[in-house]
Write a protein that binds this ligand. Sequence first.
Ligand code: SF4
Ligand code: SF4
Length: 224
Amino acid sequence: MIITKEKPLEEILSFLEPYRKVLVVGCDGCVQPPRGLREAETYASLIEMASKARGKPIECKAITVSRQCCEEGLPNWVKPDGFEAMLSMACGIGVQVMNMIFPEIPTYPAQNTVFMGAEEKREGRMYELCRACGDCILGETGGICPRTRCAKGLMNGPCGGCVGGKCEVTVEIKNWKGEVIEEVQNDCAWYLIFERLRTLGRIDLFRKLRDPTDHSIWVPPRRI
Ligand code: SF4
Ligand code: SF4
């Protein structure tokens, strides 16, 4: 899933200030936390209340689509006639596709797109797990990605900073407002890989010499 964080309302209002009629478009796809119709309606109400309080009322309507990142079918679901701008609840991909498919009016982002990852439970903590490197190494590393989960992206075992199985790099955990709520030491990815391969009886894979990451294959923008 693609993890996003909501932008501050102030920033969204600064985008929308010149407009009086705005279509808020949710996305029922892989964006997390959910940003579908319920969330689009919430944003629409917030924008209406906040803009009215400022003396420049914006009228909003909320809809949602199955996936904003798929061009096919979008024109059937989104009817921007009568609106001056759209606000997308999707990730940055959805915002760009909306601007391509509906070039006659601007689509603005309601979210900051943060990473691709997993969540421990609904509304729980979220973890980055993959950087879409285009050359997946999980078959050699016990299903644990060193390119993403090692702070230094090392490819051949841990650095000297691994102590007690923990990474030397401290990670700040922030809430949705961007406030630091906790500082943690992640598990060292290479410690996890070693333990996993040992459990699987595949220490031979740990000993294998891996080439440095070929960064040339993930120069953006990529295409298939
Ligand atoms: S190696 Fe890591 S970053 Fe690359 S595709 Fe596999 S999980 Fe994703
Ligand atoms: S301690 Fe482990 S996870 Fe952290 S940077 Fe070093 S090798 Fe990578």
